[in-house]
Design a protein around this ligand. Structure first.
Ligand SMILES: [Zn+2]
Length: 164
């Protein structure tokens, strides 16, 4: 026969032989070829090893209360603090840093971020100016602006040549 690994027609024959689905007369023909062909011998041995391993494999038995425990854990309420600190647990365990120190570190980082995001605080002179503005000053400034407006209106009406 032609080598099953070289001709596609006989490839299924070799696979069926490995899974023991082949009729006895075909088995006899194939075994005669395998005795002569090193490639087919290697292929068949590999296939047999895989099938024997699959036959030998057995799933570990499931404990009787597996379902009950699984659903119990799924339904168990998880506190917000647990949810919050869960991402940091590996770090805390790895470094041995107490949770409180970790919380302080996070707080400091948050404050630093907030400070960097806000504009720098006003200088003392600016603050003094803001503090020293009194209602009388505002009134005087408004009066002065009104006076200037009045003045400019008079200037425009008095001199019709200036169109600015
Ligand atoms: Zn062969």
């Amino acid at each position: 026969m032609n080598c099953p690994l070289e001709t596609r027609d006989n490839a299924q024959l070799l696979l069926d032989y490995c899974t023991r689905k082949l009729e006895p007369e075909s088995v006899a023909i194939l075994e005669r070829h395998i005795a002569l062909c090193g490639a087919c011998r290697e292929f068949a041995a590999g296939q047999r090893a895989v099938w024997e391993a699959l036959d030998a494999w057995e799933a570990a038995p499931v404990s009787a209360d597996f379902d009950r425990r699984l659903y119990g854990r799924i339904e168990a309420q998880v506190g917000w603090w647990d949810l919050l600190r869960r991402p940091f647990l590996p770090v805390v365990r790895w470094r041995g840093v107490p949770a409180m120190a970790m919380a302080c570190l996070l707080l400091m980082a948050g404050v630093a971020l907030q400070r960097s995001a806000v504009a720098p605080p006003p200088s003392p002179s600016d603050m003094a100016q803001v503090d020293s503005v009194q209602p009388e000053q505002v009134e005087r400034t408004l009066d002065a602006m009104e006076m200037l407006n009045e003045f400019s209106r008079h200037v425009r009406t008095d001199s019709p040549d200036s169109k600015l």
